[in-house]
Each structure stands twice: as C-alpha cells, then as structure tokens.
Write a protein of this length. Sequence first.
Length: 439
Amino acid sequence: MKAQYPLLFVFFVILISSNKAVMGQDITFQGGELSTDIPGSNAIQAPAPNLPMGPTRVKQVEGFGPFHRINRRRDGLGPLYVNNSCGGCHVNNGKGSVRYKKAPRLNAIVIKVALHERQENGAPTNIPGVGDLLQDRVLSRRNKTRFKRTGIRWKRVRFTYPDGTVVKLRKPKLRVRISGIGYSEVATSLRMTPGIVGPGLLESIPEETVLSWSDPEDSNADGISGRPQYVYDGESEGFLLGRFGFRASQPTVRHQSAGAAAGEMGLTTSLFNNSDKAPEISDSDLEKLTLYQMLASVPTARNQTDTTVKRGKQLFQLAGCHNCHKFGIQTSNVEHSELDGQLIHPFTDLLLHDMGEGLADTRAEFSASGAEWKTTPLWGTGFLKTISHVRQHYLHDGRARTLEEAILWHGGEAQSSKMEFTNLSARDRAALISFLESL
C-alpha cells in the first residue's frame, strides 16, 4: 500500500499542473491569426487579417452582397418565407430580434416543425405542404400557409439561490395548429438567430479531435457523455459530422448557408433544389456567401488582464464549464491555409449533450433527442452586444434574457456545473459572468 502513495502524489501534481496551464492560457486572440480588435461589426464581417490580397479575398468581400441583399420575387424569393435576406435575421452578422406574440409574425425567431416519425436516415420528416419550418410571410394573397395559428404561453419559474437571491425565469410553451394535422402529431422546436462568429474555424476543428472528447457511455464517470452528431448529406450520399445549428444538423458553412436560404427565404441552390429549374442562388454566389463567413475576422477577447475577469475565468474552469465549452483547440484545413494550424478559443466541443427536461422540446433531429443540444460556442458572447441595437437573448429559443438566466436553465449533463455556479457568492457569480461578457 505504501508504494501507491508516490504514484497518487504524482497524479495529483500532474492534475494540478494541467489545470494551472489551462487556467493560465491567454485567450485574447480567440480566432488565432484571424483575430482582430477593429471595432464594430467589421470585426466579424471584414476579411481576416491573415487573408492575403488575391482572388479569395476579393470573393470574401463580394460575399457581403449576397448575405445582406434584400431578395425579391424576381430573385426567386418565396412564395412563402421568413425573411428576405440573411442579414435580416443576422443583424450586422450578429443575433436577430427576439419577439414573441400569440400569433407571431416570425422574423429572427423561427418555429421548426416535423412529424414525429423520422426518415430512414434519421432526418426529421417534413410536414407535406409546410416543410421543416413555418414560413409566415407570403408574396401575395394567393400564396397561403397551412398553419392557422401559433401560440406561445409562458411558464414562470422562480429560482432561489442558497444565499436567498431569487431569479425569475421563463419557459415558452409552444402550440402550433396546422390544417389537417392534430396538435399531438406535430413536433416543434422554437429557435432564435445565433451570431456568426468564426464558422470557418469551427469547420476546421479536426473530426478526430471532436471524437476524442466524446464519451457516450460516460466511462470516466464525470457525468458528461457528449456524442457526435452525424447528418445525412445528399450531395455525397453519406453521413458527415454535424457542426452548425443548435443540434449540429449541418456539416459545413456551405450546407448551413444553403439550408437557411431554402428554409428561411425559399431560395434554391445546387445543394437544395427540388425543382427541375436552375438554382436561384448560383454556385458562384453560394461560394462567395460561404467564404464571406468562413474567412471573416474573429473579435479578440477584451479586458483579459482585469482582476474580476481573471477571477471569472478561473471560476468558469473550477465549475467545470470548460469540460464542454472547450478552448485551446488546434485547427487543420487543407483547403484554406488561413484556417490551418490556428490555436483558437471557441468554447465548444461541437458535441451533443443532454441538457435536461427543462430545455427539451419535441423535435428530434438525426441522432439528437429533444433534450440534446450542441455545446454553443461562447466566443463573441459579449462582443455581439456592441454591434447592433438588438437586445441580446440566449439559449436556443431566446428564453434567457441574461447570461445568468441561461446558466440557471442548464441541467442534465451540465447540472453539476450549474450547482457549482449557484453555490458561489454573489460577487463570484458576477465575476464569472463578467468573464463571459469579455468574450
């Protein structure tokens, strides 16, 4: 037995040294060489600092047009749609307005729908005549939607900290009525618009790195069992690692862009086109749209030498938040050298995690259940507040009006970290949130 103590001592020395190394990482340059401290929305729209002059840079700049262009009937918009431009939902490439009404006129909030039975490849089954989301805008009165009424009721929840502080939370209860289909037959998911920060770098995280974090059986008994999401790609007729969307339902920036064009604007591409007509968005414009996002700058983290921010960063890790919200990731990209070999700090593992019944909805996607969500990247969390008039909301459905509320909704695999947060003093809780707002 005595011989075991030196080994145990060595283990704890290594563990402590490792934690200190992680805590001591400078995360200022969140996007590696793609990071910039230029102010305003240019920090996520302008070409990355390491993108040299040349054809690729020209295409990145030209992508601003397709992203922010207001599409009209002549461009193929609709006939049913949610918004008429990417920038209409992603204001200045950030988040969109979160507005709820009993019969919402959807803008940057969308309601994704499906039948409960999934397709053979795991994809949600679209509702005939409706698709995979509710498109509430029409080009003319001749174009009609099948859904008659949507309603959102709010469940109010009081959370009391151990120190007696009370926070009032809210949870949306969504009800959708579609002609010819009963309420119970429709699976729904309420989604808000995320900000667009560093998608090219997220696509460049090696698949083997993501898989190395996966622990579906929780073999190390830490309560975290993240799983990769694999989604069917009709172009290659195979399955690819999902990276984008709240349930990682799109594998690449190109797929995500084409999917949003089809769903939110009714615009076809070579990736999504059920007609025998030419795509309404050309491959050239789709490439520019993709490069505009992939090779844009990433904002630097701010105030990293501030005492409160440094304390919050330490508490973030001591609470175990970094077990899912990873930073210090090395990228690999053979197509774009600017994205290759970058040390980035996106604060995500791109894996699905069961977040508990409090955040669950009824619309499963591929292998993801209604309670599973991809770890949301946190880089740009505070920065996005500075680039538009849009009031910031959080979580997949925008229910959280503050970062504190977002943390308090964490459950399931994140329950332990949430409890660590709630047991902190009010001063330490504020420090942790200050760290998030510095990103």
